[in-house]
Design a binder for this molecule. Structure first.
Ligand SMILES: NC(=O)C1=CN([C@@H]2O[C@H](COP(=O)(O)OP(=O)(O)OC[C@H]3O[C@@H](n4cnc5c(N)ncnc54)[C@H](O)[C@@H]3O)[C@@H](O)[C@H]2O)[C@@H](O)CC1
Ligand SMILES: [K+]
Length: 505
């Protein structure tokens, strides 16, 4: 699914109106119907709704939702943020329709008393959407602060009001929503880490916008959804043998950090690698051989850290390096030797990235197509401090092109920068995965997919989607608090099965 800017979204609306003869007001009605269905499915008959509307089309959506909820017998109150000007054409039409339905409007704004919101009231934020120009000030900022301070659940329509769809909103007042219901496709501003506190859970509602426009319009970013993941997935061949799916090598583990190697190894095997060798310090021998009997063990000369490279790296089809390895001088030497001798893309995570950050001269040695998996702090250590996640995305794309590598900037919607083509945001995953060890699982999975011959971009897109999907499946049986990285490993099979063609085989 493509991710469009606010301007492209407006064009998408206009194109749909022109090509399908649907009127703008009817498209608004469709959007309102989709939101109303979502609200009715989520909240019981006793829940009162209070809609806060601006005077643009986002506010028009709010008025239409109020009318539809009222028609279904729900209790609704509507407040309009007055600015002394006429509303948009579709806002005014919906104002008339709402009056006909007998739902009163109250004004909020300077000098007016704030409405009372009971404890059970669900607030619907339809103040500003994609038409926002600059940070909110004055009365608009006051309403946002009033609603955020009230402690009621807020459902934002299209965008949390005050959030810019295309640029950083850092510092400006923005609604803190529990859920955001957006139309057609996600917007960049909804997907970055810095927006997470405002967007809550994002739901993309289909309102029947033109598929032809989406297909023919180039986009800077794409959303890695199930359809995209399926398009990159290659089912296993019936006559396969273990050699068909590659020999993965993991350089992982250290004294006190053998768990990282275990999780990466388990994920690598569950990810489909034909053979796996783990090169770890000697202290890891009993640990790995008992917890991951399917993997072969290649001991380092050192008891506690990685100091040497295995002989003949060319016999491995993919190499993952980093989980639990530490950043000692000896291990730095081993990583340098690995970069100098590897002739295939590498997966680099955790301490391998910290070593690169301390030794930026090593970056140009990265084999083409290598995959780096930093979280934002590791990213800043590698490429310098950034003021916003929008800036990080820009740097990630520039560095991916300069280094001819793939950079996975980890987050709720992990960003995938590729050397050419669009950037990608992942659609799967949840807050339960924010736990030490999740990254080790991703490293193992990436290494497994490279070992099986996936091109680096395909391996990256597929791995982030599968990793998040396994988390989404696992959390159904767990909770966000109790989810463990090993639960992700256990559900990788279920995640793969989502991608199987039907019927299979
Ligand atoms: N046909 C369409 O275009 C559709 C649009 N839809 C809705 O329409 C929205 C976009 O509507 P609009 O383009 O009218 O824009 P908005 O309704 O998002 O905002 C425009 C209004 O906000 C005011 N405003 C903008 N920036 C401000 C600021 N910094 N401080 C104070 N006031 C500010 C403007 O003066 C104007 O009144 C979407 O987000 C979506 O909710 C949906 O109904 C689906 C169909
Ligand atoms: K809104």
């Amino acid at each position: 699914m493509k991710i469009f800017s606010a301007a492209q979204t407006r064009d998408w609306d206009a194109y749909s109106i022109a090509q399908t003869s649907i009127r703008s007001i009817d498209l608004m009605e469709r959007a309102a119907e989709a939101c109303t269905r979502w609200l009715l499915a989520r909240y019981g008959a006793d829940t009162p709704f209070h809609l806060f509307c601006g005077k643009g089309n986002n506010g028009g959506d709010g008025l239409a939702i109020a009318r539809l909820l009222h028609a279904r017998g729900r209790r609704v109150a509507v407040s309009v943020l007055e600015n002394g000007k006429d509303g948009s054409f579709d806002f005014e039409e919906n104002r008339r329709r709402l009056a006909q339905a007998g739902v009163p409007l109250q004004a909020v704004g300077p000098g007016l008393a704030w409405p009372l919101l009971s404890a059970e009231t669900v607030v619907v934020d339809a103040l500003f959407g994609t038409g926002l120009k600059g940070p909110l000030q004055g009365a608009a900022a006051d309403v946002v602060r009033f609603l955020n301070g009230h402690g009621r659940a807020i459902i934002s329509i299209d965008l949390p009001s005050g959030l810019d769809a295309d640029a950083s909103s850092a510092g400006g007042p923005v609604i803190r929503a529990a859920h955001t219901l957006t139309f057609g496709a996600p917007k960049t501003g909804q997907l970055l880490q810095e927006s997470g506190a405002f967007v809550g859970l994002l739901h993309v509602l289909d309102i029947g916008l033109s598929p032809a426009f989406a297909a023919q319009t180039p986009a800077d970013y794409e959303f890695v959804d199930e359809a995209l993941a399926r398009s990159r997935f290659r089912p296993r061949q019936p006559f396969a043998h273990k050699g068909t799916y590659g020999h993965a090598l993991l350089l992982a583990g250290g004294y006190g950090k053998m768990g990282a190697a275990v999780m990466a190894a388990l994920a690598c095997l569950r990810g489909g690698a034909g053979l796996l060798t783990c090169h770890s310090p000697r202290c890891g021998y009993p640990v790995l051989q008992t917890t991951v009997p399917e993997a072969m063990f290649l001991p380092d000369d050192s008891e506690e850290q990685l100091t040497t490279l295995p002989a003949d790296l060319d016999r491995y089809t993919a190499i993952g390096i980093g989980p639990g390895i530490g950043t000692s001088t000896e291990t730095t030497g081993m990583l340098k030797a690995c970069l100098e001798s590897a002739r295939r893309p590498l997966v680099l995570d955790a301490d391998a990235l910290n070593i690169l950050a301390r030794n930026p001269g090593l970056l140009p040695l990265l084999p083409e197509g290598s995959i780096l998996t930093p979280h934002p702090k590791e990213f800043d250590r590698l490429f310098g401090a950034h003021a916003s996640d929008f800036d990080r995305v820009t740097t990630a794309r520039a560095q991916a092109a300069a280094l001819q590598c793939i950079i996975l900037l980890k987050g709720h919607h992990t960003f995938i920068a590729t050397p050419a083509g669009p950037g990608y945001f992942n659609s799967t995953g949840n807050a339960g995965m924010a736990k030490g060890g999740s990254g080790d699982v991703l490293t193992g999975l990436l290494t497994a997919l490279l070992a099986q011959g996936y091109a680096p971009t395909d391996a990256a897109l597929l791995a982030v989607w599968l990793h998040g999907k396994a988390g989404d499946i696992a959390v159904e049986k767990q909770s966000y608090e109790s989810l463990l990285p090993t639960d992700l490993v256990a559900q990788l099979g279920a995640a793969f099965r989502c991608l199987y063609p039907v019927p299979f085989p």
